[in-house]
Design a binder for this molecule. Sequence first.
Ligand code: F6R
Length: 591
Amino acid sequence: MCGIIGYIGNKNVSEVLFHGLYSLEYRGYDSAGMAISDGKDLKITKCVGRVSNLEDKYKKDNNKGFFGIAHTRWATNGGASLENAHPHSVGKVTLVHNGIIENADNIKLSLIDKGYSFSSETDSEVIAAFLDNELKNNNILNSIQVMRKELKGSYALGIIIEGEECIYAVRKDSPLLIGVNRNEFFLASDIAAILKYTNKYFLLDEGETAVLERNDYKVYRDEKIIHKDIITTDSKSQSLDKFDYEHFMLKEIMEEPIVLKNLIDSYKNGDNIKYYDISNYEEVHIVACGSAMYAGLIGQALIEEEANIKVNVYAASEYRYKKKIFNLKTLVILVSQSGETADTIAAMREVKEMNIPTLGIINNPNSTMARECDYVILINAGVEVAVATTKAYINQVCVLALIAYTTSLKKGLSNDVSISEFESIPNLLHDVLNNTFIYEEIAKDLYEHNNCFFIGRGIDYAICMEGSLKLKEVSYIHSEAYQAGELKHGTISLIEKGIPVIAVMSDRFLKDKTLSNLKETLARGAYGIVITTSELDDFKDFRKVTLPSVNSFCQSLLIVPTLQLISYYVSLYRGCDIDKPKNLAKSVTVE
Ligand code: F6R
């Protein structure tokens, strides 16, 4: 969370920084700020709320400088206030920070003893004071080394020192890359922030300090200058434009047929095909957070049912601290769009320490997890801008379905499904998505309610988990996903007149069971909505979505997008900030 950007060069500094901040705003939007310097004067502008507020507040004459740092914040230590907004300045040090310092309170107390006072509640101001104090006896490179030893937690920092004409960059467990161009250099949390200017960059590794000067840059490790290989990315082609869509969420849902097609084509071309066969393992742990974990629940249903391998799904935030019991033939699959989610990274590192093989299913090819997992399948969904994941989730599910499929074939278990059935999904999905009328009608049924239920059994329950999360995160309607049979063990007391209950019924063996549970809620006044397939649709008198019936590996790839669209329209009718729901951030890089 939090996005940081820095620039040194001959361009208009504020323009570069504002452009970067806008593309990093998905990482947090509680406050924003920037500092621009000419080596003598340093001007800081901050605001509460969005980057656009900062732009309104920014005075053009602040731009007398050739370097600067900027920040968009997702609040951790201290609320969204002007005092807590970055950059933070203490003595000679001004910095922007992404991450969280776990021992900041103790360090702060010892700095107060040394005469420092603090105007914010942030851990970031503590880092600035810490460095300022070290600078009294040390040069900056040594001060950073001391800081590395003392600080516990995660940080990506852009640092300006009074009187110096350069930017220092360091990181630990938070992403940071350095962009390079002729006579200009950038630092950024994400390549998207600088792609307009350069597609050449390198990733800063832990223990390294980059010094960005006007016409040159250096990278130090243990006070020695080291060489870094420059990476050229072709992601310039990945547009961050909304085109004619009103919101990125809608655009990204509509891109699902394309990203699915690309993924299935690359599978057919044999890219990383060996990682799709997990028949050598006896047990799988799928570890992830949020929607990525719910993709894992679909993976669990398919891998167990079709490939006969035992699968457990864990929230990474729990898994990292629990006792892990591994079979000699256990594979741990980590699922992450960003590849930077702090809990998932921590879980991955724990597992690697124990010499258990890790397979990452990841979207961002430059991420920490893409670099550190033993094996990686890239889902290639392209940049996802809306905070709520849609197209990346769909490709995560598709990879897991292909793993189940490949493994079941290898084990001689499912001979009746051919890859051409996967290939037919993008076209079917295209038609499903274009049938927007029905999703808008259902959204009209839902948008004035404050509570909603999703019910399903088996894989349909896994689908409900994602449908329910999507609805609550973008529309702020309280929603619960329930295993249909569990409702009457307590929760049915919440059913009252008019409450919407969305029943997902795509599993032919469980459909009648779920229908009985839906009827139990109708008998208590609920309003039933059915999501089903053409093969199972004998539902009368229900508002319903009927989807093409396909094989069990692929069915969820047609169902979840409809739930995404319903959530989108509900959010639209409620006037919510669809692409940036309140309190959220795209990439959760703190624990
Ligand atoms: C919900 C959503 C989140 C993410 C979760 C994991 O729409 O986007 O629940 O799925 O924060 O993020 P990644 O996949 O980047 O590890």
